[in-house]
Ligand binder design. Structure first.
Ligand code: AMP
Length: 206
């Protein structure tokens, strides 16, 4: 079983890479953002509470998120391994995840950090919005420059401290997230799979 975290600010490409890893290696992508958006779409109490926080670019409370993940990782589709996308986002979440995984007997395999330039993320977002609008596609309610800047600030203040936390544990691996999607994919595969033609990632804490 392999458990990976994809770490990086909003818009760094975590979701794109997590979906690819899911298809390629049969791991399960768990995106807390997607899980929250599903709650918002179904109009649950949790969704109603979360929507306002998400639209402001703030973080939903650790308790809610940790509970959501704790319930999810015990399901059968997570048994081969999980790619955490957008989680953990605080030190408390990181510590809770460590505990959950060690209780399950399947500790974290690696944390892959996508290193990106913030200004480039803002222009990527503006391009994405313009493209979606040109095609008449819906745009996420938290997808606008103002909220992205707030989310980047929240990332720096609340999420970035988990980088040294994982570094100390010897779990952190970094790739250049500004490269194109295929190059990022290749860099991640290089970290996960040292052998040619490998179909299951073989990483461990170094
Ligand atoms: P994302 O799709 O990962 O960018 O998440 C969208 C929004 O959902 C974030 O801006 C937060 O408001 C909320 N969210 C997602 N994951 C978490 C998390 N692990 N902890 C707290 N809030 C989260």
């Amino acid at each position: 079983m392999i458990n990976l975290i994809l770490l990086g600010p909003p818009g760094a490409g975590k979701g794109t890479q997590a979906k690819r890893l899911e298809d390629q290696y049969g791991l399960k992508q768990l995106s807390t953002g997607d899980m929250l958006r599903a709650e918002v779409a179904s109009g649950t109490d949790l969704g109603k509470k979360a929507k306002e926080i998400m639209d402001q670019g703030n973080l939903v409370s650790d308790d809610i998120i940790i509970n959501m993940i704790a319930n999810r990782i015990t399901q059968p589709d997570c048994q081969k391994g999980v790619i955490f996308d957008g989680f953990p986002r605080t030190l408390a979440q990181a510590q809770a995840l460590d505990k959950m995984l060690s209780d399950q007997g399947h500790p974290l395999s690696a944390v892959i950090e996508l290193k990106v330039d913030e200004e480039a993320l803002v222009s990527r977002l503006n391009n994405r919005i313009a493209e979606a609008q040109a095609k008449g596609e819906p745009v996420r309610s938290d997808d606008n420059e103002e909220t992205l800047r707030k989310r980047l600030e929240v990332f720096r203040q609340q999420t970035a401290p988990i980088i040294p936390y994982y570094q100390t544990k010897g779990a952190l691996k970094s790739v250049d997230g500004m490269a194109d999607i295929d190059a990022v994919a290749k860099a991640i595969d290089g970290l996960l799979c040292k052998d040619k033609g490998c179909t299951a990632p073989k990483v461990g804490m170094s």
